[in-house]
Design a protein around this ligand. Structure first.
Ligand SMILES: O=c1ccn([C@@H]2O[C@H](COP(=O)(O)O)[C@@H](O)[C@H]2O)c(=O)[nH]1
Length: 232
């Protein structure tokens, strides 16, 4: 894969005009554009149009509900033709399997289903507060096993778990990795991080980068610099 194709900028804004401008500027420097909760909550399905015209769309809605409801949500989203769609791994195998069955209705055009493992904003202490002891790596591997066994095509994890997932599950699972920060960038609320080059060298298929790109004076130049920093 060409290095730039591994980059997915996160278009996190509630302003549709800004989203369209970012999509236009960033599409030449990436493999897909990520549309997340902020823009979808503000604009709904209309938010997809400005993006699908420019690049494949990673629709990051992190579905998490009972299996019947998630299956219905997947059916409702299929006409938007997302290339990738996220579900929370914590929803369990029955929820993932229901989503997969619903997605199959789109045939070859079905979205890649990605199970979010442990949010990259959580460290061991915040995870323990939720009742999960043993640390992020153990929980990521536990959720990965359940999700992949239930029909997820891949996982969302932090760069710090990528090599452990590759060791446990091999090359097949698609790994989409946020929590990525170019050296010197502000971490913000991200807790488990690495640089773009480190994430790809560890085995990430795609890296997700938001604020270091969208907050730059020249977002296209920031995306191009990240793409150029990636190993071939
Ligand atoms: O565990 C997760 C899952 C999803 N995200 C999303 O990725 C981007 C990251 O944005 P930055 O500005 O680069 O921090 C954002 O849209 C999150 O919703 C994540 O960060 N961690």
């Amino acid at each position: 894969m060409h290095a730039a194709a591994r980059l997915i900028p996160a278009i996190d804004t509630a302003d549709p005009a800004r989203a369209a401008a970012l999509a236009g500027a960033l599409a030449p420097h990436c493999g897909a554009l990520k549309l997340g909760l902020e823009l979808f909550a503000a604009e709904g399905p209309a938010a997809m149009r400005a993006m699908t015209e420019r690049a494949p769309v990673f629709l990051d809605l992190k579905l998490h509900d009972i299996p019947n409801t998630v299956a219905g949500a997947v059916r409702s989203l299929l006409p938007l033709r997302p290339a990738m769609l996220t579900l929370h791994g914590l929803g369990g195998p029955a929820m993932i399997a229901a989503a997969r069955e619903a997605a199959e209705a789109a045939g070859a055009a079905r979205p890649i289903l990605l199970a979010v493992t442990v949010l990259t904003s959580m460290d061991a202490a915040t995870l323990a507060e939720t009742g999960v002891s043993g640390g992020p790596v153990q929980q990521v591997l536990r959720l990965a096993r359940l999700a992949l066994g239930a029909g997820a095509d891949g996982l969302v994890c932090s760069p710090q778990e990528v090599s452990r997932i590759r060791d446990a599950f091999g090359a097949a699972p698609l790994l989409v990795v946020p929590g990525v920060r170019p050296a010197g960038s502000a971490l913000g609320d991200q807790a488990r991080t690495a640089t773009p080059a480190e994430a790809v060298a560890a085995g990430a298929d795609w890296i997700v980068v938001g604020r270091p790109i969208t907050g730059a004076a020249d977002p296209a130049a920031a995306a191009a610099a990240i793409a150029e920093s990636l190993p071939a």
